[in-house]
Every structure is written in C-alpha cells, then in structure tokens.
Design a binder for this molecule. Structure first.
Ligand SMILES: *Cc1c(COP(=O)(O)O)cnc(C)c1O
Length: 410
C-alpha cells in the first residue's frame, strides 16, 4: 500500500515509524523536590489543619496558597484535595444550592459536570465555539433560565475562554462566574492571570496537569467573603480565627497536606521555564502544521496573552482522514510513535450525567451541542503537554508523522 507515497510505508503496515525515541519525561524532579518533602516530614507538621486557624501548625501550605494566588493575580488561595472538589467548593461558596443551574461547556473533563451534580446542582450545557473549542458566550446566554445562578467557563487545553463577553453576560443577568482553570495554571487573559477574573476559579494539581503534586487543587478569589466561605467549607465549617470546635456552617474536610504543598512549591520553581518551552514548541508546531494539508489549527483570541498549553489540540479538516475518519488517523499516527489521542466525548451525551440530571432535576433533559459533538467525533485530535517539553527534533517528528499519515489518504 502507498508504494508511491514519498514519505514511505506507514508503520501500521510494517513500515519504519517516524519516531522511535521517547518524548520528554514527566514529571520532572530532582533533589529539589526530595529536599522540600524531607523538610516537610522533618517538621512534624504533616496535616492541613493549621491554615489561618493558628500559626505554627504548618508552613508549606500557606506559602503555596499565596504563591499560586499571586501567580494568577488573585488576592486569596484556598488549598483543597483536588480539582474536582475545588469545583464543588467554589459552587457552594458562590451560594449555589441543590436545584440551581450552572451553565457549562460540553467539551471538557467530566468533573466540570459531575462536581455540581454530586451535590444536586444542575449542569446545563451550552455549546462551544467552532474555532476555539471554548464556551460560546452567545450560547451560554441562550441557556439562562430563572434557575441559573452561575456560568462556569472552562479554560480548555490551557486557553482562556472569552472572559470579557462571559463576564458581561453574567453581569447583565446577575450570575456568578466560576472559572474551571484546572488546565490553565499560568494562563493569562489580557495580561491578567485567569482564575479570579470572575468570582472564583479552581486549579488542579493532579499528576497529568502542568503543575503537579500527585493530587491537589487551589481555589482562588479576590473576594474576602468568598475566600472565607471556601476556606470554611474545606475546614468542616470552622471560621478563620474561630475556635477548634466552632462550626458555623456545614463543611467537610477537604484539606491538602503539607507534604503535597512542599512538592508543589518545588514544582512551582520549574513552571516558568516549562511554560517558556511549551510556548516555543507550540509556536513551532503551529508553524509546521499550518503547512500540512488537511490540518486546521485552533484559533487563538489576541486577548489570550498567555496560553498554558496543557494540551496541544488541532483539527482534521473534513474528509482529510479519508472515509476511515479520526479513529483510523489516530491509530496510524500512534503507530508512527506520536502520542496522539481522540480526547473527550461530548459531555451532553454522557449517559451517567443525563441519568443523574433526570434524578436531580426531576425531569429528563436533552441538550443539543452540534459543534462539540461533531468536533469530538470527527475532528479534534490531542497531543499531551509533555511532548511540548521535548526538543525541536521531537516537534519536527510530530509534524512529519502527521503529514505522512495524511498523505497516505490521498
Ligand atoms: C483535571 C480537571 C478537573 C479535575 O481535577 P482533579 O484534580 O483531577 O480532580 C476538572 N476540570 C478540568 C477541565 C480538568 O481538566
């Protein structure tokens, strides 16, 4: 097959793969991380109970919360066990109650919809923009009902959603805005860190994310009131400065540990350098793939002054992968040694979400999000951020592997 293809026989058909070398390893760590974690162990302060309540019980957590908040131009940070719980806490801190609705995009990780649903808050799906894969502010406005209390844009792949227009819609309708920034540590919109552009924002430090301590998260906000509520919910209803057995509201124990904060502080010292490398390699890959027939790049708003590049996404032009489609393309590119993946299925079609919504809302709901559905099924392909930490040769191999497979369909 493809005997005339100048790029050679496909690896899936027994040809030589474009790349057999590994890409950059992840996570990146050395003695710095070891030293910080050992410090935390030797301090004897392992838990997260000290924050705000009394000094002396911990050191790394407040330092880490401050560092993450500062990085995102936010006044306050609250550490929490993970990014999923961070979303639940942020929704509750923002005042949402069971039965209230929050508008979310369908092109995202399941936590964006499952975190609200888990406590009875109904996620309502509004479609994404074709060009950017981000929540469409017009569709978000159309999804507003009398029960809507918040909009939750997701900065997918590390690209900020259109916060100007989303905040404007929210302002006009008196809604809260919670930014799911799990993939967007370091990202900026019009020169300002994401997370606290709206009321609250959440970050994830789970292993696959750009900043990682195994599991963890931080909620950021500029509002002292929202900070106090989020902190309290994570600390069994205690209040900052209050007594140990003083519980003024319902909360749970969602605290992170000092050991994780120590690991994260060490990882934070590497973030800027890693971001610069991802930015450079993403620009290079953009430039290379823009020359490849059958590939469409994701459009980036000029207001995105810093993209976190958690994922490198691109689109297959319609028909580019022949009649076999996206799955076939992915199998073939993978065989060339390039770690592409198909990414999400559109969440508005997820049976578990729809079943739980029926239960919680007391009625069946269906959502039509044709853009997200088509892009998931036929067009969007991902590369993980770790490939962007590799060298220039790796980026050339990615482009060559993709081009080789696309040529085989012609
Ligand atoms: C990873 C992720 C989450 C959840 O974070 P965890 O720390 O894994 O719980 C939420 N939203 C998005 C968009 C994510 O990518």
């Amino acid at each position: 097959m493809n005997g005339t293809n100048p790029a050679g026989k496909l690896a899936i058909d027994g040809g030589t793969p474009v790349r057999s070398k590994p890409f950059a390893p992840w996570p990146v760590w050395d003695e710095r991380e070891e030293r910080m974690v050992i410090e935390a162990i030797r301090s004897g302060k392992w838990g997260g109970t000290g924050t705000v309540l009394s000094d002396g019980f911990q050191e790394k957590l407040p330092e880490m919360e401050t560092a993450v908040a500062r990085l995102q131009d936010a006044r306050y940070g609250v550490s929490v066990v993970n990014g999923t719980v961070a979303l639940s806490v942020a929704l509750h801190a923002a005042g949402l109650k069971p039965g209230d609705e929050v508008i979310v995009p369908p092109y995202t990780f399941i936590a964006t919809a499952s975190a609200p649903l888990y406590t009875g808050i109904i996620p309502v799906f509004a479609d994404i923009e074709e060009e950017t894969l981000l929540l469409d502010p017009v569709k978000a406005e159309q999804a507003i009902t009398p029960r809507t209390k918040a909009i939750m844009p997701v900065h997918i792949a590390g690209a900020p959603a259109d916060m100007d227009r989303i905040l404007e819609v929210a302002r006009r309708h008196g809604l809260r805005v919670i930014e799911d920034s799990a993939q967007a540590i370091g990202a900026q919109w019009n020169g300002k860190g994401v997370g606290a552009l709206g009321d609250l924002g959440t970050f994830s430090f789970q292993s696959s994310k750009n900043l990682n301590c195994g599991e963890g998260g931080v909620i950021v906000t500029n509002s002292e009131e929202l900070w106090e509520r989020a902190w309290s919910i994570c600390n069994v209803g205690r209040v900052p400065g209050g007594g140990w057995y003083q519980h003024d509201r319902l909360g749970q124990n969602f605290r992170m540990t000092e050991l994780q904060a120590a690991l994260l502080l060490a990882q934070l010292t590497r973030l800027e350098e890693q971001m610069l490398r991802r930015e450079k390699n993403a620009a290079l890959l953009d430039q290379m793939l823009s020359q490849v027939k059958g590939i469409q790049l994701i459009k980036r708003s000029p207001s995105i002054t810093r993209h976190a590049h958690h994922l490198y996404m691109f689109k297959l032009a319609r028909g580019a992968a022949g009649t076999m489609g996206k799955e076939d393309f992915i199998r073939k590119v993978e065989a060339e040694g390039i770690p592409v993946s198909a990414g999400y299925s559109s969440l508005n079609r997820n049976e578990a979400i729809l079943a739980e919504t029926r239960e919680r809302a007391g009625e069946a709901r269906t959502y039509s999000c044709p853009v997200s559905e088509r892009l998931c099924e036929q067009e969007v392909v991902w590369l993980p951020h770790t490939v962007l930490l590799s060298d220039e040769e790796a980026i050339q191999d990615i482009s060559r592997g993709i081009e080789k497979v696309l040529q085989s369909y012609q």
